[in-house]
Write a protein that binds this ligand. Sequence first.
Ligand code: ADE
Length: 234
Amino acid sequence: MALTFEVITLFPGMVRGVFSESIISRALKAELIQVNFTDPRDFTTDNHRSVDDKPYGGGPGMVLKPEPFFKAVESIDERVTIPPEKTRRLLFTPQGRPLKQKDFRNLAQAECLYLLCGHYEGFDERIREGLGFEEVSIGDYVLTGGEIPAMTVIDGVTRLLPGALGNEESIADESFESGLLEYPQYTRPFDFRGMKVPEVLLSGNHAEIEKWRRKESLRRTQSRREDLLNDSSE
Ligand code: ADE
């Protein structure tokens, strides 16, 4: 069963790019994933096809109107046949819960992901309250919209699907999968501009190599991301 991404965006062209190269493009061709785009602007009724308006109470900027977003989501609900318990509905906002690798693993179990992107301005609160979406963030910084966060989820979730990467083992050792950052990796040449590969990696002693990798993982996590060592949620 393919995982279907239902992307709701005013700028589908931005998100299409992630499906046209490399691993994600291969996954699409292999039908591990599918994607549909829905543009809320197609659900406006006024001559200007406006999707935003001035905020009640005054203040700078514009606010995304509820109607085009509700209608866009309802049009997907009518078309999609995947049951709600196999569907997750995400709304991207810097005010959302920060996503972690563990969340990507859970999202990869779903059969359908609704990805709702705003752009520039805030959502009318009734979009947040009335559509039953989980509000999620990809980090503590502000982007121009939810399109890059949506691409982040598409990329991070697709690579976890069985068959997407080719080499299933490669996931297990990665950063965050064990709660630690990944250990240093080397390939040939042994000596590059005077920088040599650690001898233990040439020893052929697999127990010693494992021990070294674990130690380097811990050392790297301790010095760069001490917060991960105290994080029981991983
Ligand atoms: N929209 C703008 N910035 C964002 C962020 N950091 N995460 C999710 N959605 C966003």
